[in-house]
Design a protein around this ligand. Structure first.
Ligand code: ATP
Length: 304
C-alpha cells in the first residue's frame, strides 16, 4: 500500500476543478499545507535548511486506530547517508518513510531531524527539507517549465534549465515543439514513463532538499531508460540523507546500509556485502527468492 498516493489523490481531485496552469496550482499548494488532520503545533518553528541527521526513538504507529504497524522502533540515519529498506510486502517500509514528512503522526516516541522533534517544526518548513520521488509522477496541465518549477515556485530560467540538465531531461526538452514552453498533460504533449520520471527528478534537483525519499519504481521501464534514471537518482542522492523504499533488490547494492524490515521491526542491518555473506540471513534469503522469481519461467507444454 503506498501511502504517498494519498496526497496525490487530493491533487488529482483538486486539479480537475481548478483553472489550468500555475496560478491554480499555487492555490492548490496552499490547500495542501492546511491538511485538516495534521497541523502545526502551537509554537512550531520554521526551520531553515537542515543537515539531515534523522533519528526515530521508540516510535509506535498504527493506521486509523488499527493494529500497530510498529512499536518501539529505533533508527538513526546520519546526514548524507543512504539507507535502503527491504522486506516483504506489508512489512512497513513505506510507513516508516511516510512518518518523516508527517503524512501520518507517530502515536508514541518521536522523530527528530538534527535533534529537533519534527512536530516542533512547521509542516511547510519540514517538507521543504524533504524531496520525494515516487513511481507515479504527478504532472499538471501546463508547460514543462511550470511542471519543473513546481519544485521551487518562482525559480528562474537558468535554474530550471540546470535542473533539467542534471536530470538528463535537456535532450527531451530540445526535441519538444516549444522547448520548455511546450504544454504537457491532457491537451498537450504526452510524456513517456521515463520522461515523467526525469521531470520528477528535475523538480527535486531544483528544490535541492537535504533529505530524499525514493520510493523505488516497481513498474518496468526499458533497461536503458532504467539505467539512465538510476544514474540520475544516484547523483540526486549525493550529499543528501536518502531513504530508499526498495521493492527490488537489484538496485540497492550501493546503499551505505540496508535495513531488512519484517512485521514492523528492523531484523537485519548492514551493507550488501555483509548481509549477503550471512548464512541463512533474511536478506540473503530475500535475494535468493527474488533471483529465483526473476528467472524466465520454462515454456508451458502445450499440446498442438
Ligand atoms: P510494500 O512493499 O507492499 O509497499 P511496505 O513494506 O511498504 O509494503 P506498508 O505499505 O508500510 O508496507 O504497510 C505496512 C502495513 O500497514 C501493512 O499491513 C499495510 O496493509 C498497512 N497499511 C499501509 N498503508 C495503509 C493505510 N493507508 N491504511 C491502513 N493500513 C495501511
Amino acid at each position: 500500500v503506498n501511502v504517498f498516493f494519498r496526497p496525490i489523490d487530493k491533487i488529482n481531485s483538486i486539479i480537475e476543478t481548478y483553472p489550468k496552469g500555475i496560478a491554480g496550482f499555487t492555490r492548490y499548494t496552499q490547500f495542501l499545507d492546511t491538511e485538516p488532520d495534521i497541523m502545526d503545533r502551537a509554537g512550531a518553528k520554521d526551520v531553515a535548511r537542515l543537515a539531515g541527521d534523522i533519528e526515530y526513538r521508540g516510535v509506535g504507529f498504527g493506521y486509523g486506530g488499527g493494529r500497530a504497524v510498529f512499536a518501539g522502533l529505533d533508527l538513526a540515519v546520519k546526514a548524507g547517508e543512504t539507507v535502503a529498506f527491504v522486506g516483504p510486502s506489508g512489512a512497513g517500509k513505506t510507513t516508516i518513510c511516510s512518518l518523516l514528512p508527517r503524512f501520518y503522526e507517530v502515536a508514541c516516541g518521536a522523530i527528530t531531524i538534527d535533534g529537533i522533534d519534527i512536530r516542533d517544526m512547521t509542516l511547510k518548513s519540514l517538507r521543504s527539507n524533504i524531496g520525494i520521488v515516487q513511481q507515479d509522477v504527478f504532472l499538471f496541465a501546463g508547460t514543462v517549465r511550470e511542471n519543473i518549477a513546481y519544485g521551487r515556485l518562482g525559480a528562474g530560467e537558468a535554474e530550471v534549465r540546470d535542473a533539467a540538465r542534471r536530470a538528463r531531461l535537456d535532450d527531451v526538452i530540445a526535441s519538444l515543439p516549444d522547448g520548455l514552453d511546450t504544454v504537457i498533460g491532457e491537451r498537450g504533449v504526452k510524456l513517456s514513463g521515463g520522461q515523467k520520471q526525469r521531470l520528477a527528478i528535475a523538480r527535486i534537483f531544483l528544490k535541492n532538499p537535504p533529505i530524499l525519499i525514493l520510493d523505488e519504481a516497481t513498474s518496468a521501464l526499458d533497461t536503458e531508460t532504467e539505467r539512465a534514471i538510476q544514474q540520475s537518482l544516484a547523483e540526486l542522492s549525493e550529499g543528501r540523507t536518502t531513504l530508499v523504499i526498495a521493492h527490488r533488490l537489484a538496485t540497492i547494492a550501493n546503499a551505505d546500509r540496508i535495513l531488512v524490515v519484517d512485521e514492523g521491526r528492523i531484523v537485519e542491518s548492514g551493507t550488501h556485502a555483509e548481509l549477503i555473506a550471512r548464512k541463512d540471513g533474511r536478506y540473503r534469503n530475500l535475494q535468493a527468492a527474488q533471483t529465483e522469481s526473476g528467472k524466465t519461467p520454462p515454456a508451458a507444454k502445450v499440446a498442438c
